[in-house]
Ligand binder design. Structure first.
Ligand code: ZN
Length: 238
């Protein structure tokens, strides 16, 4: 075994997807650290819920408590300064003329993965786990599987260190993400995802739905609500 073979760094925003990715990593790797990024998001609710989500996962399994290590927060304010999007400016969330949602922050995931790899290099972690997904909505080009594979090659060559990028949600929809959470951590993990994580684009936590907190109207909320409903319907909760 080489350096960092059993160490993973998880891109962890405090949202539903990255929380399931964190649980996925805790199931597989001996040592797991998390990294989050601030980049002038309009709403920092996600960042605020991160510690409580980490604590909840620690409480679910003594082995996870042992494995979950440091949390890192990296300030990428300059990324927010150069991007005009509905996530960083007070603009409507809709489809822009280029066919991409106005929530698209150009290059965001490329920057995140590069900083994550630089951190993983320093921390001696070989594995980087991230929640990018091609299946649901959006069509963010930096969530594509080919983009991630290209980044794995670029980072491995550019830092002369073997990195493996894992995207466990790449080919599954939100219903299957709930099912994956249930497979990994049962009802307790699903409950933690629903109670604690935050994905609403508007940063709303005043409404509690079956599927969690959020405005219920924005694309992120609608996706999550539909996924939860489909999971309950199609996966025959046992
Ligand atoms: Zn919302």
């Amino acid at each position: 075994m080489g350096l960092g073979d059993d160490t993973a760094l998880v891109l962890f925003s405090g949202g539903q997807d990255s929380t399931v990715c964190l649980a996925w990593a805790l199931q597989r790797f001996e040592a797991v650290e998390t990294v989050g990024f601030t980049y002038g998001q309009r709403h920092v609710v996600e960042m605020d819920v991160r510690p409580s989500v980490r604590d909840a996962l620690r409480g679910l399994d003594p082995r996870w408590a042992e494995r979950l290590g440091e949390d890192h927060v990296i300030d990428l304010a300059s990324l927010g300064q150069i991007s005009e999007t509905a996530l960083t400016r007070d603009a409507a969330i809709e489809m822009a003329e280029n066919g991409l949602p106005t929530t698209f922050v150009p290059g965001r995931n490329l920057v995140f993965l590069t900083f994550a790899a630089a951190l993983a290099y320093r921390r001696g972690a070989r594995h980087i786990v991230a929640g990018m997904c091609e299946t649901d909505y959006s069509g963010y080009p930096d969530c594509r599987d080919d983009t991630i594979k290209a980044m794995q090659v670029a980072l491995t060559l550019g830092m002369d260190r073997r990195f493996v990028l894992h995207t466990p949600l790449m080919w599954i929809d939100k219903a299957a993400t709930f099912a994956l959470a249930h497979d990994i951590g049962g009802d307790h993990l699903v409950q933690a995802v629903v109670e604690l994580t935050h994905s609403c684009y508007l940063g709303d936590r005043s409404w509690r739905h079956d599927w969690g907190y959020g405005c219920g109207e924005c694309p992120a909320c609608q996706l999550r609500a539909a996924g939860f409903e489909k999971w309950q319907r199609d996966y025959e909760r046992k």
